[in-house]
Ligand binder design. Sequence first.
Ligand code: CA
Length: 237
Amino acid sequence: MPEKILIVEDETALRETLAYTLEREGFAVRAVADGLKALDAAAAQNPDLILLDLMLPGLDGFEVCRRLRDRMNIPILMLTARESEIDRVVGLEMGADDYIIKPFHMRELVARIKAQLRRVRLIREEKVAPPPEEATPEEPILSGDLSINLARSEVLRSGVPLPLKPKEYELLVYFARHRGQALSREQILQRVWGWEYTGDSRTVDVHVRWLREKIEPDPARPLRLVTVRGAGYRFEG
Ligand code: CA
């Protein structure tokens, strides 16, 4: 069955080009022109990925992203004409998985879409069949006062649910599965974000900072999620 992509873009010409290109790539495509229709279509179509323009009439892309995130955990790729870091960070905080700045090459967009879908498939497969040396989905990963319940995608800290955003959760699981190993920003970007191009590694730094605020006794002096100079980060447990 073809994977389903929902396109949300108010510029008619771009919307039609996107739909045409992605259909030709073998995806089942639905395209809408505003934020409210996007929410309806997402509920009706249950897409595998959403391509979401930032500047939309009515509800803007940030708001659509925030509302979608409350209901579904699927890749959201934002299309944006803006380039300032604040937009990028706010977008990631709202739960977007990746960004592409207009104007872009269709070939790059298709590559990023495929990378996101591949990442999701990988996570799904790992949930079904974890490598033998790792915890099965039923057994929580225990680390200090943290208990990561993979089956329920929930983390408890000293028995209390820890409110993590989807990317913070995925990042923590990735670290916990590679406890004691130095992980480079590139490795992390590829595995957690599905970014295969030389992505902006500051995205990792921002999320590590958010995660530290939730798991470190003193986020300014991290002991659990430490920086490895010149290498990346290491989870000590
Ligand atoms: Ca627009």
